[in-house]
Design a protein around this ligand. Structure first.
Ligand code: F0G
Length: 428
């Protein structure tokens, strides 16, 4: 394999896929893409990522690795709308848990693996809080590459761990957390020529742009007022900002929605930097010294992130600067929500019909807060991204319903193995 750089060797900043749009053929309107449904027997036209390939034109079709990802749904949900005090018809949930590995990661992984094929890579690696590893393992298997995943010991939900094991990835449980794994995997990639598929890989972000294309499609190509997304390693938010900047540049949309990124309070680096310390992208003039000082302080105080939304238990997000750019593009806001609010919101999402994992429900908890703060109005059109499937983390769900006395818990009823008792319990 020739060497692949994802960061600039000179300044260390992450690289981006940039296109010379005026030399490329791009459809004149977004509705042009609807015709792909008629030719969906072509696997690339079926994929919810590659059917938009003119908007991520980094790769010849012959290299595309796809498992038919991206068949996901946008659901108008008035039940969750009531919980968040939105007007009827205004709240939408984009359920990315319907991807083949059960999370939004597949949108990006198809991009990364297609690039890996382009450069002839043989062995893919990642650090993960779980979903990236499940997705990596699935795609590696589908194109015959070797795969190894680095996960923090005891910091991964069982649904996700079981997938990485089942799909046959070499699974290294590192005695540390995600930030430790991320540092180690980058170090290993410097030593060995392995292909890194974390979201510092720009081709991951290219694939993840299509989540926004599908949202627009489901809204009949109308731009919503707000996109609400959980913030972990900040790949999704970075990809969404890039998607909207490009669509606007190409004249395919006439305005850009606002972005709300939701951290867990126990892993709130972005919130702290953006909302408390006023860190901004500044047209590219980011205060690098300020970020370095922030991380130095985390080291000195021995800070470790802690949230039961393990997917976003990250304190050194690799896409921080790209995310600041997205916040600038989308006039964004950042909020933090507590674990208690996350699990309540998760129970409401479940009860109202879709279900999701804890990190995904941070969006609904965040929207509730932004409504209380009157940042978002009841009549605005809002899309919350549900990033991962309900079954990814069953332990948290069962614990919530069996141990919590919360308003939304649904306790199982213990009944004697006897018809009278069963009928009594049924009619209680
Ligand atoms: N939601 C879920 C379900 C996730 O798995 C992740 C990240 C996020 C949100 C955060 O997204 O990184 O784009 O800000 N999971 C990664 C992993 C870190 O390793 O699976 P982000």
């Amino acid at each position: 394999m020739e060497e692949s750089y994802f960061a600039c060797p000179a300044c260390g900043d992450l690289l981006d896929a940039e296109y010379e749009w005026d030399r490329l053929e791009v459809p004149e309107s977004l509705s042009w893409f609807e015709r792909r449904w008629a030719s969906r027997k072509n696997i690339l036209d079926f994929s919810g990522v590659w059917r938009f390939r003119e908007l991520l034109p980094f790769c010849d079709e012959s290299y595309c690795v796809t498992v038919r990802e991206g068949q996901t749904i946008l659901q108008e949900n008035d039940g969750v709308g009531r919980y968040t005090q939105m007007d009827p018809g205004c709240l939408h949930l984009q359920y990315e848990g319907l991807n083949p590995s059960g999370s939004f990661k597949d949108n990006g992984m198809t991009g990364a693996f297609s690039h890996a094929q382009m450069v002839g890579a043989r062995h893919a690696v990642c650090a993960s809080t779980g979903n990236t590893s499940a997705s990596l393992a699935l795609y590696a298997h589908s194109c015959g590459m070797n795969s190894s995943v680095f996960i923090g010991s005891g910091r991964i939900a069982y649904g996700k761990l079981s997938q990485a094991l089942d799909f046959g990835a070499r699974t290294l449980q590192i005695a540390g957390d995600f930030d430790d794994c991320m540092r180690q995997v980058q170090e290993v990639c410097r030593e060995e020529k392995l292909y890194l598929v974390n979201s510092l890989n720009p081709f991951r972000l290219e694939g993840q742009k299509t989540i926004m294309f599908r949202v627009l499609e489901a809204l009949n190509w109308q731009v919503p007022d707000w996109i609400v997304v959980p913030g972990g390693n900040l790949g999704n938010s970075s990809a969404f900002g890039k998607a909207f900047a490009e669509l606007k540049h190409l004249g395919l949309i006439d305005r850009i929605p606002r972005l709300a990124i939701i951290n867990a309070t126990g892993a709130n680096t972005l919130f702290d930097l953006y909302e408390n310390q006023g860190m901004r992208f500044n047209g590219g003039q980011v205060d690098n010294a300020g970020i370095d000082a922030y991380y130095r302080k985390l080291n000195e105080t021995g800070y470790k992130p802690h949230t039961l939304a393990t997917a976003i238990e990250i304190s050194r997000p690799v896409n921080l600067k790209k995310c600041l750019r997205a916040l600038e593009i989308c006039n964004g806001v950042v909020r933090e929500v507590s674990d208690d609010d996350i699990v309540d919101a998760k129970a409401v999402v479940g009860r109202e019909g879709l279900g999701c994992e804890p990190a995904s429900a941070a969006t609904v908890a965040g929207l509730k807060l932004l409504r209380e703060q009157k940042v978002i109005a009841a009549g605005e059109t809002v899309v919350c991204i549900l990033t991962g499937h309900q079954l990814k983390d069953p332990n948290i769900t069962v614990k919530y319903h069996t141990e919590n006395q919360s308003r939304y818990s649904n306790r199982p009823i213990e009944v004697d193995n006897e018809i009278g008792a069963i009928l009594k319990a049924l009619n209680r």
